[in-house]
Structure formats: C-alpha cells, structure tokens
Design a binder for this molecule. Structure first.
Ligand SMILES: Cc1cc2nc3c(=O)[nH]c(=O)nc-3n(C[C@H](O)[C@H](O)[C@H](O)COP(=O)(O)O)c2cc1C
Length: 190
C-alpha cells in the first residue's frame, strides 16, 4: 500500500476476526514502532503483547468498569456497542500495551509521552499496511490499577496507550476532517 493510502485508510477498528496474527507480522509492526524518533534518542518505549487468558482477564475487567461508567447512558444502542467492545476489545486476538519510563520532571515526562506516541502511531500505520485493524485506546486507563495488576506492570513504568490488533471484521467510514482545506488549523508566517 502506498504511504499516503495507509495514512488515509487507517481507521479505529472495534470488531475483529478471532484469527491469530502471525508472530512475524506482530514483530514487523513492533519493529516499525521501534524506528520512531525519540527525545534524546532514548528509545525508551516498551510494549506488552497480550493474548490468551491475560487478554480475557483484561476484557472482563474493562467490561466491569464499562458497566459502571455507562450506567446512566440513555442511548441504549451506544451503550450496548461500548460494552460489547469493552468486554473483549472487539474480539481481537491480541492487545498491545505501550509503556514508557515515568519521570517526576514534567518536561521529561512530556518528552517520553511524545516519543512513545510517535512509536505507537508507527505501530498503527504498520498494522494497517499489513491489513490489520487497530484502535488507539486510553479509555481503559481509567481503570489503570486493574491493567497494572493483570500485567504486573511496575510502578516506575507509565502506561501510554493500548490497542487491540487483529484482522478487521467491520468497515469503518472515515470521519470527516474538521478543516479539510487547512484554512484554520495552519497559520503561515513569513
Ligand atoms: C489519544 C487517543 C485515545 C483514544 N481512546 C480511545 C478509547 O479509549 N476508545 C476508543 O474506542 N477509541 C479511542 N480512540 C480512537 C478515536 O476515537 C478515533 O481515532 C477517532 O474517533 C477517529 O477515528 P479514526 O481513528 O477511524 O480516524 C482514541 C484515539 C486517540 C488518538
């Protein structure tokens, strides 16, 4: 796939086929993540690839959290879709969790978060190029303690985001751009 085609066709996928992704493909997209730029070239990102029982546990935990979170939602269809996605991460065969080293210094922490975000976007784009779906998620971090417990993540690591990865079992429409002609989002200065 052409580079710009990848950029334009990547979508947040919330329903996946159960088929496992070959390990070589997982490693290929993680390699793309590992080639991101990083502040002071620290390359301090780390990834946890979750499948099997631990993935199931994560879904059960996020599902329980989602039930409380959506308790007063009036739109029944929206609520059902949210719960279904939360309980199994859309049925994806794996979840990739991105971590960074924490820092008490706010500027360093921000730098680390930006580096890992760059790596995470590489991962999502590479997944798309490989015919895989993904969905950048920070919602589950509202129940961060459970993720830390399930995956035994140490205190000195910060969870940046996670994504289910798998073969898409849905077609997502591209959301419209708010300013497609970049009239308001870009200011040219000379
Ligand atoms: C920082 C960040 C956090 C997100 N968190 C969630 C999330 O918790 N759950 C979810 O379903 N989607 C989440 N998304 C996906 C967005 O909803 C999605 O990217 C957006 O609606 C645009 O759709 P697209 O990715 O198909 O272009 C997140 C995206 C970003 C960049």
């Amino acid at each position: 796939m052409d580079f710009y085609e990848v950029i334009h066709s990547r979508r947040a996928i919330r329903k996946y086929k159960a088929d496992m992704v070959p390990r070589e493909t997982i490693l290929k997209i993680l390699d793309a993540a590992n080639w991101a730029p990083s502040g002071m070239n620290m390359q301090q990102w780390e990834f946890i690839v979750v499948s099997g029982e631990k993935k199931k546990e994560m879904g059960e935990s996020y599902g329980r959290f989602a039930e409380v979170y959506t308790a007063d939602w009036e739109d029944a269809a929206r609520k059902a879709a949210f719960l279904q996605f939360a309980r199994s991460f859309g049925g994806a065969p794996i979840i990739v969790v991105a971590l960074t080293r924490g820092s008490k210094d706010e500027t360093t922490r921000k730098m680390h978060l930006e580096s890992v975000s760059a790596a995470f976007e590489n991962l999502l784009l590479a997944a798309c190029a490989e015919g895989l779906g993904s969905c950048w998620m920070t919602g589950p971090l509202r129940d961060e303690a459970s993720i830390r417990r399930i995956l035994e993540i140490p205190e000195d690591r910060e969870i940046v985001a996670l994504t289910p990865i798998g073969y898409p079992d849905m077609k997502a429409e591209p959301p419209a751009r708010l300013d497609p002609e970049l009239k308001n989002k870009v200011r040219w200065v000379d």
